[in-house]
Design a protein around this ligand. Structure first.
Ligand code: PLP
Length: 400
């Protein structure tokens, strides 16, 4: 795909680690990041160990591997070692986290937003059975949204106003999955902590493209996954629990891998591991965590601030081109309010998306916001120009 600007863009040196970006215009890292070359070696190693070492694979590597993979994440999150636990996905990680919250007393509210990812919204709905009152902060139209377009903007002031002494947890996305709006966490955390509430952040759409320093932000619980910006593939979600909370946090959803000595087969009550293993459930998904690690290691080595700087430059250019081509931009224009994705609300977005996917362009679309396109650290400036031209050609073709 001819990355002509490698000399001016040191991050392009990483392209050779991602074979897919050489054969596609890869603009889908908000939904499925490119596969690092190292994943094939990691999976071969996993199979070899299983084949040659059998049950001994656990002691050789498999017991340690999930914690080591979580350790790489902890460095990306600027978190203390031993504060991150791997899970299958965000939904599971959040259900474990929320099973540690008591909604039965006077502090019975969970405050979230209508723009959180549906999977966690379904989970929050279910909490009503445990006595929780779920307060959903509704979206408003972003400035400049045309009449008839569904509102998608979350006003942080509305979220702050919804938090009070009855709030047990404030659960919110850091970057909204539809529009890539980046929410300012600081006032939310301040208000939540003033009221004695916990903050649970779904950082799936930020970690790996927007710097997230969990300790500096004073977050209590953070979840994320690996499919997107971390280039880690499916099956590897994670939960951060702040050191302040960790020792007194007792999720009801638990299992034998959380026990300090699982192989004692103690019938309970559970005596938890002192470290991050204390939040495990059952047998860990070793293969998914082996596959996730090469992507994490690359992101950790590059450093998210450098990824963010490049992302803002390239998404800014995409917005400028969208204006030139007359496309409505459905993601925030203000850089500080935007994650790594640009949404183009075009007529026939679904058809444009299908036509481009049938060729060599990787992207997706969502109802109401149109095409979603994301450059990442492996994207060249040429490719940004190319993908926008390809979208324009497809729109013109469909309009004819
Ligand atoms: C913000 C956000 N949260 C959660 C999810 C899904 O989480 P999982 O499938 O890991 O439960 C997604 C996307 O797939 C997302 O964009």
């Amino acid at each position: 795909m001819n990355p002509t600007t490698a000399a001016h863009d040191p991050l392009l040196a990483w392209r050779e680690e991602f074979p897919t970006v050489e054969t596609t215009l890869h603009f889908a890292s908000h939904t499925l990041g490119a596969m690092p070359r190292g994943v094939e070696d990691a999976l071969r190693r996993y199979a070899l160990l299983w084949r040659t070492r059998g049950i001994r694979a656990w002691e050789d590597e498999w017991f340690r591997l999930p914690m080591e993979t979580a350790g790489v994440l902890a460095s990306i999150l600027a978190a203390e070692p031993g504060t991150v636990t791997m899970f299958e996905n965000v939904t599971t990680a959040q259900s474990v986290a929320l099973s540690g919250v008591d909604f039965a007393g006077p502090r019975d509210r969970l405050v979230c937003t209508a723009e959180d990812f549906p999977s966690v919204l379904y989970l929050y709905e279910g909490l009503a059975r445990r006595g929780a009152e779920v307060v959903r902060v509704q979206a408003k139209p972003a400035p400049g949204t045309p009449a008839g377009v569904a509102p998608r903007h979350i006003e942080v002031a509305d979220l702050v106003a919804a938090i009070d002494e009855r709030t047990a947890v404030v659960a919110l996305s850091h970057v909204l999955f539809r529009t890539a709006e980046l929410l300012d966490l600081e006032p939310v955390v301040r208000r939540a902590h003033e009221c004695g509430a916990l903050v649970l952040v779904d950082a799936y759409q930020s970690v790996g493209t927007v710097p997230v320093e969990v300790a500096a932000l004073d977050l209590d619980l953070v979840t994320g996954g690996s499919v997107k910006w971390l280039c880690g593939g499916p099956g590897a979600g994670w939960l951060y629990v702040s050191p302040r909370l960790r020792d007194r946090f007792e999720p009801a959803v638990t299992g034998w891998f959380a026990h300090a000595e699982p192989f004692v087969f103690d019938p309970g009550p559970i005596r938890r591991d002192p470290g991050a293993r204390r939040f495990y459930t059952g047998t860990t998904s070793v293969v998914a965590y082996a596959a996730a690690r090469p992507g994490y290691e690359i992101v950790a080595r590059i450093g998210v601030p450098a990824i963010r700087e490049k992302s803002l430059r390239q998404t800014g250019r995409m917005i400028a081109l969208a204006d030139e081509y007359g496309f409505r931009v459905a993601s925030p224009r203000v850089p500080e309010c935007r994650g790594g994705t640009v949404c183009l609300d075009l007529p026939h977005a679904a058809e444009v998306c299908q036509a481009l996917l049938a060729g060599d362009v990787l992207l997706d679309h969502r109802p109401g916001v149109g095409l979603r396109l994301a450059p990442h650290f492996y994207t060249s400036d040429d490719e940004v120009e190319q993908v926008m031209r390809r979208v324009r050609e497809e729109v013109r073709r469909l309009e004819r």
